[in-house]
Design a protein around this ligand. Structure first.
Ligand code: BES
Ligand code: ZN
Length: 891
């Protein structure tokens, strides 16, 4: 009740009170690009729905003109002025106290304010670009998650949807964009005033404004929606690929969701300074340059794919997120998990030759790895303060989110799933939804117990490992939480389990609900036994062997541990080429994970790897590459005396395919072959393969003299640059200096990132230190510094010292852009001793902040996991013998 309300009660609350809600914002903004300031005025139509003397809304880093604030009820048209105005900094709220209870119904709240166009890549900020050799500022917004309040006072929560009428006053020669099209333009000498059409109701985090110099290209969807890509002046041809993808994707999503794209236009803009990869602002999607621009000559195949995935991801949000919005950040995964999953759906339809669903396992793997930490969190995570939100844009929300959607889709069937999604979008359009709202629709449409099934995956962290044993004709299952640190969690899941037996034609699926279960498979064995039997000897005298693969095509978010007999069967199935690429990846990744968790010895992982000698699939080899590099790293710590021999074995594994692909692109070869070439060469370089290193350096020097040489296309440059850095030391700096020159001369963002990602792979710690300091210089944009943190093993100690010494500067510069988590993860996670973990913990004891607290704990956990793994490798007495045997097997 009004009498009981006091200013104090609004402090320290996770959410704004609901007694007044915005309906329409008339927002005026006037940025001053040279002074880096802005002035603004908001007239908010608010609906007072419960008796109150107070209005509580968000504002941060703004100078609010207290004298300008007025409140005018629409009916009585009496103007009230607050007698008490309090800005609570910690809570980022503005509380307006009136001397009487506000009349119920609609009123207009007026506030004027000013602010700074900051350099923090959030709120209303400045980004710097070059035009005619001169540095210029552009003004850009980035509001997700909770930074609209840094641009104008507002109810900055996703559930407070309102319409927006935006008006900008900007220099006449500049392009000014917002969510909606311009409806009126007034020119007044050097300045112009643009009024944008009123938007449909939407959340504040999706509001956007961009002001700067751009060229654009445009195209239209089948429905006549105008789509434009805005790029740096002179570069609009680099927007063609993204434009084409966007137009096709809008048509595709319209069909999939059975709801048309809701706005009259879509603009996509490349921004030179950008904190994340891209942002789905309604009708005005902003991108980091390398996520939008693609150039036939200068871009790699993997960049092309990244552009496609990013565009399809952001456009999926136009429905999933923008039209139907999560009710609160706890349900962020509904946005991000779905957009990620949808982006693969779209990419698969546009580029079937990419086998993108096989590549999706890269994401599932990241999700599984993060979620196997004790310091993981449930998909639905409690959020109590705005500063906790940034950190949940992580692999749990994105990758685990997308993976459990894939799991559910595969359980319910694609058609039923699509029908349900379309009906969910229709039901919650222009509104908000919680996770359970989605389950309810799916449950209704499918008749399956979706809510129970899925809650077990979204409300608790972690996932199960299913241990399977075959006893005669019965499979025995045991589910337990999989934790890499070796501890036992007490999670239980409802697991949509699938298996196939001897062939993909013999399948079974069922829900595993309890800890132990048994399944009689006499029938399956019967049908498989015609061809093969359990002991490896076929009843018909041929050499086929019986095998069972669980988690068919890895659509389930769990791991499987097989008893020895079943594992041997799978090894046979791999060698005999019976399994799909996804299943081959699954078996290897599960085995690797068990190994890191010390539930399986390294020698048996190496033996399994040996079964992949004939592997030719891009994605499978990609996983072999990643795993190989991790093994090489850990053995360098654990058993340096065996490290070289293990590397030899790993090189043998990759060499065949690498030789087949060679260094030079071949006429008409596939997208996947091109990507694989780069990845394999990079891995061989990192594993120390001399021939590859020498060839790389040879090509590099030709390239230095002739940047247009066909000997070094973008796809093999990363491998080459890393090779060059392997030759660099304080006494032989020429390769390093050449790379810096390439960095300084290029105006391709992709190329700059490529150079940065190579520099710190140098084995000389003194050079690593120079590189790290270079990252802090004005030559590297803040958005790009993290690419330089992939430090060589020899440089990791230097990197840690550097992080400590520069912590104040680093935390100040990157914390608000929330890239600080990457700094911590990259520098801390590579260590592998308990003592180091303790030392790091001591350093951060007094320095932890909510924005990276979880990442720090996760990184420390990783260090301890590495330490435990090192120990177990040292105790693996069969290792030496197995390695010798494998390395000798060569041809
Ligand atoms: N909504 C996010 C952008 C974002 C990320 C805002 C973190 C605030 C904090 C956007 O849709 C997104 O997910 N971008 C991804 C790219 C995508 C292809 C996975 C990104 O920025 O990495
Ligand atoms: Zn997203």
């Amino acid at each position: 009740m009004a009498e009981e309300q006091s200013m104090e009660q609004f402090k320290g609350q996770p959410r704004l009170p609901e007694f007044a809600a915005p309906r329409c914002y008339d927002l005026f903004l006037k940025p001053d690009l040279s002074a880096c300031t802005f002035a603004g005025a908001a007239e908010v139509t608010v609906d007072v729905v419960a008796a109150t003397r107070f209005l509580v809304l968000n504002a941060a880093d703004l100078a609010v003109d207290h004298a300008s604030i007025s409140f005018k009820n629409q009916e009585s048209s009496e103007e009230l002025r607050p007698f008490e105005i309090v800005e609570v900094q910690e809570d980022e709220i503005l509380v307006l106290g009136f001397d009487r209870v506000l009349p119920l119904g609609k009123a207009v709240l007026r506030i004027r304010f000013t602010g700074t166009l900051n350099d923090q890549m959030k709120g209303f900020y400045r980004s710097v670009y070059e035009y005619n050799g001169e540095k210029r500022n552009m003004a850009v917004t980035q509001f997700e998650a909770a930074d609209a309040r840094r641009c104008f006072p507002c109810w900055d929560e996703p559930a407070f949807k309102a319409t927006f009428r935006i008006k900008l006053e900007v220099p006449s020669e500049l392009v000014a964009l917002s969510n909606m099209p311009v409806i009126e333009e007034k020119n007044d000498g050097p300045l112009k005033t643009l009024s944008f059409q009123e938007s449909p109701i939407m959340s504040t985090y999706l509001v956007a404004v961009v002001v700067g110099l751009f060229d654009y290209i445009e195209a239209f969807t089948l429905d006549g929606i105008r789509v434009r890509v805005y790029c740096q002046v002179g570069k609009s041809n680099q927007g063609k690929f993204a434009l084409d993808v966007a137009v096709k994707t809008l048509d595709l999503y319209k069909e999939y969701f059975v709801v048309p794209y809701p706005l009259p236009k879509l603009d996509m803009v490349a921004i030179p300074d950008f904190a994340s990869g891209a942002m789905e602002n309604y009708g005005l999607v902003t991108y980091r340059e390398k996520s939008l621009l693609y150039d036939e000559r200068y871009s790699s195949a993997s960049s092309k794919q990244w552009v496609a995935i990013t565009v399809t991801h952001e456009l999926a949000h136009q429905w999933f997120g923008n039209l139907v919005t999560m009710e609160w950040w706890t349900h962020l995964w509904l946005n991000e998990g779905f957009a990620s999953w949808m982006s693969y759906l779209a990419a698969d339809s546009l580029f079937p030759e990419w086998n993108i669903w096989t590549q999706f396992l890269d994401d599932t793997t990241s999700g599984l790895v993060l979620d196997a930490l004790s310091e993981s969190h449930p998909i639905e995570v409690e959020i109590n303060h705005a500063n906790e939100i940034d950190e949940i844009f992580d692999s749990i929300s994105y990758d685990k989110g997308a993976s459990i959607i894939r799991m559910l889709q595969s359980y319910l069937g694609a058609e039923c799933f699509q029908r349900s999604l379309a009906s969910y979008i229709k039901r919650f359009a222009y509104s908000n939804a919680k996770t359970e709202d989605l389950w309810a629709v799916l449950e209704e449409e499918s008749g399956e117990p979706v809510k129970d099934l899925m809650s077990s995956w979204t409300k608790q962290k972690g996932y199960p490992m299913i241990y399977v044993r075959l006893k005669e004709h019965e499979l025995e299952f045991e589910q337990s939480q999989f934790l890499t640190d070796g501890s036992s969690g007490n999670g239980r899941w409802i697991v949509p389990l699938t298996l196939c037996c001897g062939s993909y034609n013999t399948q079974k699926k069922f829900l595993l609900k309890t800890k132990f279960e048994k399944l009689d498979i006499t029938d399956l064995i019967g049908s498989a036994n015609g061809k093969a039997n359990l002991s490896g000897k076929s009843s018909q005298g041929n050499s086929e062997r019986f095998w069972i693969k669980f988690n068919i095509d890895q659509t389930g978010f769990y791991r499987v541990k097989y008893d020895n007999e079943l594992a041997a069967g799978l090894r046979y199935a791999i060698e005999a080429n019976k399994l799909s690429a996804t299943d081959r990846i699954g078996i290897l990744e599960d085995s690797y994970a068990l190994c890191v968790a010390c539930k399986q010895i390294l020698s048996s992982l190496l033996s399994l790897l040996d079964a992949y000698r004939e592997e030719v699939d891009y994605t499978v080899l990609g996983h072999i590459v990643t795993i190989s590099c991790k093994i090489a790293n850990i053995v360098a710590d654990a058993t340096p005396e065996l490290a070289d021999e293990i590397k030899v074995f790993l090189i043998i594994l990759l060499q065949n395919s690498a030789e087949k692909l060679g260094w030079d692109p071949k006429e008409g070869e596939s997208h996947l072959a091109v990507m694989l070439r780069g990845d394999l060469l990079t891995a061989l370089v990192l594993l120390g393969h001399d021939m590859t290193r020498n060839e790389a350096v040879r090509r590099f020097y030709i390239f230095l003299n002739d940047r247009n040489t066909s000997l070094l296309p973008p796809d093999t440059r990363q491998a080459t640059y890393i090779s060059v850095m392997q030759t660099v030391s304080v006494s032989n700096r020429s390769g390093y200096e050449s790379l810096l020159r390439i960095y300084r001369e290029t105006d391709e963002s992709e190329e700059r990132v490529r150079v940065l990602s190579s520099l710190s792979s140098c084995p000389d710690p003194d050079i690593v230190l120079e590189v790290l300091n270079f990252l802090l210089s004005s030559e590297v944009r803040n958005q790009d510094a993290v690419y330089g943190l992939r430090v060589s093993r020899e440089g990791r100690e230097t990197a840690w010292r550097w992080l400590k010494e520069n912590w104040d500067y680093i935390s100040k510069t990157w914390e608000s852009a929330s890239l600080i988590s990457d700094f911590i993860d990259y520098v801390v996670s590579p260590f592998s001793s308990k003592e180091k973990a303790e030392e790091i913990e001591v350093f951060f004891a007094s320095r932890t902040k909510p924005s990276f607290a979880r990442t720090l704990k996760q990184s420390l956990e990783r260090v301890r996991i590495n330490a435990r793994w090192v120990q177990s490798i040292r105790n693996d007495y069969s290792l030496e013998e197995v390695v010798k045997e494998l390395a000798q097997k060569k041809e």
